[in-house]
Design a protein around this ligand. Structure first.
Ligand code: ARG
Length: 288
């Protein structure tokens, strides 16, 4: 059993860092300071005038806070026999549940394709999206993002005997990515051809079956797949893939909900809850 604990350790160590980078371009996230400043000292509002579904605003205390996710992304969200919210388990699900509870609400999950999350937010089908979602400049045009709670990076998963040792080595190789993930954006930015799959597990099957040479995906999820499948390893290239930050998305302009989410997240970051959840779920992967 492969245990790529290093990738996880890096992610955890970086949880509290305010790395101001997005995706692979290494661009400074200039709005981040504003996000943080806006979230510091908000008090809860108790306007319970209308259901969230109608106005796209925060559900009232006692109501349901509906999180959209794509439960194909362990250790952040995956379907389990019994999870923290219904059958959904993972770091994000535990965070979502806490946010709802701290605000006197019950968390519900709508599982959908990753690509549909920001549209569902816009339509008011969900109140917030929590999906290991990396903050990018493009996505910030479609939604508002919370204070980041996790730092990750793209890595390459290859067969143990692969000669790929850096991103540049992928140039003449068959590359697999997951549709709509930042990994796809990174490979596109590098200018290499690739094939995109709907699910991480589908891309991994291609790799295991020798139909592709490398899968580019987020670090902690890569660690899970390498642990689950014999004969795979992780290759990192910090120069090609810079750090990414995961945050919760809300509908643009829904500052009331965003403030509540930020208050909860900042509490969970400072009291060590997020780090504990990371350790718990990533350790579970290594021990499998
Ligand atoms: N961090 C990557 C991104 O934002 C991948 C996220 C995939 N998340 C999921 N729940 N499937 O694109």
């Amino acid at each position: 059993m492969k245990k790529a604990t290093k990738a996880a350790a890096l992610g955890l160590a970086a949880v509290m860092m305010a790395a101001a980078l997005t995706a692979c371009g290494g661009k400074t996230d200039t709005n981040k300071a504003d996000d943080t400043a806006a979230s510091g000292t908000q008090t809860q509002q108790t306007d319970a005038s209308a259901p969230a579904q109608e106005q796209g605003e925060t559900p009232a205390a006692g109501g349901t806070l509906t999180f959209g996710t794509n439960a194909e992304f362990p250790p952040f969200e995956f379907v389990a026999g019994s999870g923290v919210i219904d059958q959904y388990d993972g770091i994000d699900m535990a965070i979502a549940k806490k946010i709802a509870e701290e605000n006197g609400m019950t968390a519900a999950v709508e599982n959908m394709e990753f690509d549909s999350l920001l549209i569902a937010l816009h339509n008011g089908q969900i109140d917030a999206a929590i999906a290991g979602m990396t903050v990018t400049e493009e996505r910030k045009e479609q939604a508002d993002f919370s204070t980041p709670y996790y730092t990750a990076t793209q890595v390459m998963i290859v067969k143990e005997d692969s000669t790929i040792a850096s991103a540049a080595d992928m140039a003449d190789k068959k590359i697999c990515v997951i549709q709509g993930y930042t990994g796809e954006i990174c490979v596109k930015d590098l200018g290499y051809p690739y094939e995109a799959f709907k699910k991480g597990t589908d891309a991994i099957m291609e790799l295991v079956n020798g139909k592709c040479d490398v899968v580019v995906i987020d670090s902690a999820t890569a660690q899970k797949y390498v642990g689950d499948n014999e004969g795979l390893k992780i290759v990192e290239d910090a120069a090609a893939f810079e750090s990414e930050e995961y945050a919760i998305a809300v509908k643009k302009g829904n500052t009331e909900l965003l403030n509540k989410i930020n208050q909860s997240i900042e509490g969970m970051l400072s009291d060590g809850t997020v780090a504990e959840l990371g350790a718990q779920y990533i350790e579970a992967i290594s021990a499998e």
